[in-house]
Structures are given as C-alpha cells and as structure tokens.
Write a protein that binds this ligand. Structure first.
Ligand SMILES: N[C@@H](CCC(=O)N[C@@H](CS)C(=O)NCC(=O)O)C(=O)O
Length: 219
C-alpha cells in the first residue's frame, strides 16, 4: 500500500495530483510544516515536519515523502517519476529516451524555475504583489524567468505536452512548478503556449480533485 505524507498546502500537491491521475489507492497522512505550528515539538503537537516520528522517515524534515510497501522516497519530483514508472502506463516513460527527457524536465524546472517562481507565489500569498518592495522583488524574479520560460515556450509551441506528445509525469512535475509563477499574468501572457499548456494540465479532473481537496483542507 502506498502512503503519502504531507498536507495539501505544500509540494505534496505534486504527489497527490499524480496519485489521482493514476487512480491508485493510497493512505494520506497530512504531516504539516513545523513553521505553521507554535510549538511543533510540544507533547501532543500534531505530526509535523519536525516530529521525531517524521524525521525518522525523512531526515530533511520536508514534505512530501512516500512509503510504497516499505520503499521510502522523498523529493516530490523524484517521487512522481518513480510512481509514473511503477504505476504510470502512459503517464510513465515508454523507453530510455522518454525517461531521460522526464528527468531533464524535472531538473530543468527545479533548477531554472522553482526558486524565482516561488518568490512570485510567496509575494502573492502574502498580499505583497502591489507594494513597492513586493513589486520590485516580483519583477526581478519575472525577469530571471524569461529565459527558462522562453525555452518552455519553444518546446510547447511544437507539441502540446513535454514528452512523447501526450500528457505525462513530466507535465505534472513542470506544471506544479510553473504554477508558482501564475500570479504574474504578464509573464504567462508573454508565453501563450506555456499559459495554455498550464491551463490544459490544470483542467484535468485529477488536478481539479486535488485542488478542491486542497481548498477544503483544514490546517
Ligand atoms: N525539494 C523538496 C522540497 C520540499 C519542501 O521544502 N517542502 C516544504 C513544504 S512545501 C517543507 O516541508 N518545509 C518544511 C517546513 O516548513 O517545516 C521537494 O520538492 O520535495
């Protein structure tokens, strides 16, 4: 049985969306970020990223982590590549070239997009998009995203999806990272194939189910 550790309001969205796409049964343990609790190590505190029971599973104290019949894996993008290969059929790689491309896109979004995109999503979540300081930070991040977004735009202007002309784990991984930049509408509008691909991915029933559960999650 697959167990997914991590609340919806975290990078566990990536794994929970993937599990919905796969239609597999899983057990969900909503481990919360320690920073959201006043006293994460207090007796009786809910299970969180600093709980000894959790750091025994993931010494980084980060979510998500999975336990698949005793096989423990962390790093959201690696988890999705594993699940795609094990359970994925069409969502997973059909050969070595596809597998390598899926790894390429996962590393590309993690190293070239996530840091700056996260600055945009954090500014939006904290209501700082319109303040002078917030605007300066967001515009600087958006400027640095233009190059990787242009690379994605070039790929997606030739093909509806990133690998094998079909929706795969590569799209889930990349869409969940690109989503962090979504509050910056001009950046998305300047890259219409990226914008339309992201909306196409987010229109999928499995994303919608995950997103609804996330909205209804009580923290
Ligand atoms: N590179 C890791 C990052 C995981 C990560 O940083 N997760 C955050 C939540 S989105 C976390 O667990 N933070 C720990 C905390 O805030 O206590 C991944 O993609 O899985």
């Amino acid at each position: 049985m697959l167990t997914i550790y991590g609340v919806y309001k975290s990078r566990a969205t990536r794994t929970l969306w993937m599990a919905e796409e796969l239609g597999i049964e899983y057990n969900h343990i909503p481990v919360i970020q320690a920073r959201k609790l006043e006293a994460p190590l207090a007796e009786g505190a809910r299970v969180n990223t600093h709980s000894p029971a959790y750091t025994a599973i993931n010494p980084m104290g980060a979510i998500p982590t999975i336990d698949d019949d005793g096989f423990v894996l962390s790093e959201s993008l690696a988890i999705n590549l594993y699940l795609a290969k094990k359970y994925g059929a069409a969502l997973g790689p059909q050969d070595l070239a596809e597998e390598s491309l899926m790894i390429q896109w996962a590393l590309f979004v993690a190293t070239e997009i996530e840091g700056n995109a996260l600055k945009i999503s954090t500014a939006a979540a904290e209501g700082r998009m319109e303040s002078e300081a917030g605007k300066a930070e967001v515009e600087a991040a958006a400027r640095l995203l233009r190059r990787p977004f242009a690379a994605l735009e070039a790929k997606l202007s030739q093909s509806e999806y990133l690998v094998g002309d079909r929706f795969t784990a590569a799209d889930i991984n990349a869409a969940e990272v690109v989503r962090y930049a979504q509050p910056h509408a001009p950046l998305l509008d300047a890259h219409p194939h990226v914008r339309d691909w992201l909306l196409r991915c987010q229109a999928r029933p499995a994303f919608q189910a995950m997103w609804e559960a996330r909205a209804n999650e009580v923290e």
